[in-house]
Design a protein around this ligand. Sequence first.
Ligand code: GDP
Ligand code: MG
Length: 174
Amino acid sequence: MAKSPEVKLAVFGRAGVGKSALVVRFLTKRFIWEYDPTLESTYRHQAVIDDETVSMEILDTAGQEDVLQKEGHMRWGDGFILVYDITDRGSFEDVAPLKGLLDEVKRPKHVPLVLLGNKADLEHGRQVATEEGERLAADMACAFYECSACTDQVGTGGGVAEAFHELCREIRRR
Ligand code: GDP
Ligand code: MG
């Protein structure tokens, strides 16, 4: 098997969209209902993706950082998961400005990115149509997934892990 490249992933999105739940789901295959919303953590994880072992460092941001802190995290990361909550239109509207800041910080580099609409288990409370997510992802030229940290079952794509793996692939392509 090939050697083990290290990639740095950062998860961004408004507080409450489920960033911590997604990261914990990815790392442990479990759902944790309550997670300290002010906490910012980094985790290490290894996964075999397309026959290659990839070592990841994952930064779960709090989503309440000021611009300077955000820029610092963006400089640190190789790739980014931008998360919104399909039941919270405001969280969707936060995505484009985040992408704008990312482009500014990383310019002139292309920024490996995945857009993730979380809480797809809450269909009854949906405020953002799947097509809107798809359109935004097309604008940003990135992959798009709807998923649920809670059930990890519903939505387009292959669940939470697939989003993380696709981001690793996108980073490796550069
Ligand atoms: P963060 O601030 O973005 O890290 O969000 P958290 O991971 O702390 O989650 C915020 C709240 O949303 C918590 O009450 C979670 O239990 C809940 N939550 C997170 N992901 C999901 C999901 O996929 N479905 C549902 N129903 N609730 C979720
Ligand atoms: Mg959190």
